[in-house]
Design a protein around this ligand. Structure first.
Ligand code: MLT
Length: 259
């Protein structure tokens, strides 16, 4: 019978299940205590650093060099002396003196960043990136590229740690919920997840807020702060689930779109 061989071939294929350990770190400090070797790490700063990076790549930016301090950023720019290199970043969500761009996704327009490399320093996002060094693969994640990240993680076939940037090494709601969205998305894609308590709790909280992610971001402490200094539009932009299919990666000190 034609059906029989077809069925067994299909059945055989459909029983190959991916088993993936899924963990989550609330802050860069907690991430630094974990064994990252051989793992895939997704760094999330949904408000706003990783959302801004993804938006910049959508607008033709060539890459980012994340650094921890303002001084380091200035010194590196002075050393490179390259007109194609910009200074970007924030403190207290406000642009830095003498820098070309801040940390608002709206600063990274095509005419401003196309073909440019940005030396970037932010309070939490670049700190989490620097703390993720030592992992085998490091991806830039946010609500903007949620499904693309899940597809990439599924393809990487590695155990995963979601690295929340937090707020000055304390818990923040928005990154935790974004991490939960990734756990939920992966689970829904047929991957068998072995979750830690942190990953499971994040998934449950995401399911609670999933009907209105923008409302969750606006209600978060950092979301309210951004609103209070006139950056409410950034919160709305950062809530645009799957507005990008890009998955930037961090390797050898640089964030780029190279595979
Ligand atoms: C950060 O990295 O701390 C945040 O992205 C800050 C901000 O929203 O500017």
């Amino acid at each position: 019978m034609v059906f029989e061989p077809l069925f067994s071939a299909f059945y055989a294929r459909s029983v190959v299940k991916i088993l993936m350990k899924m963990d989550l770190a609330f802050t860069p400090l907690e991430l630094e205590r974990k064994d990252l070797s051989g793992k895939a790490v997704v760094v999330i700063d949904s408000l706003r650093a990783t959302s801004t990076m993804i938006t910049a790549f959508e607008n033709g930016c060539a890459g980012f060099i994340p650094v921890a301090t303002i001084e380091e950023a200035r010194n590196l720019a002075a050393t490179l002396q390259d007109p194609n290199v910009l200074l970007g970043g924030e403190r207290g969500a406000r642009p830095l003196q003498g820098f070309h761009v801040g940390n608002s996704p709206r600063d990274y327009r095509v005419e401003r960043v196309q073909g440019k490399i940005v030396i970037m320093t932010t309070t939490n996002g670049t700190r989490a990136l620097v703390a993720s060094r030592g992992a085998e693969e490091i991806f830039i994640g946010a609500f903007l590229n949620l499904t693309a990240i899940c597809r990439r993680l599924k393809g990487s076939n590695r155990d995963v740690i979601i690295a929340c940037s937090g707020e000055k090494n304390l818990f923040c709601l928005e990154d935790f919920v974004c991490g939960g969205a990734m756990v939920s998305c992966l689970e829904g894609s047929g991957v068998d997840l072995v979750m830690t308590d942190a990953a499971r709790a994040a998934k449950i909280l995401y399911e609670h807020f999933s009907p209105d992610i923008c409302e969750m971001l606006e209600g978060s402490e950092w979301g309210q702060y951004l609103h209070s200094i006139g950056l409410g539009e950034d919160v709305r932009i950062c809530s645009q689930i799957d507005s990008s299919g890009l998955v930037p990666i961090y390797r050898d000190g640089k964030v780029s779109l190279e595979r």
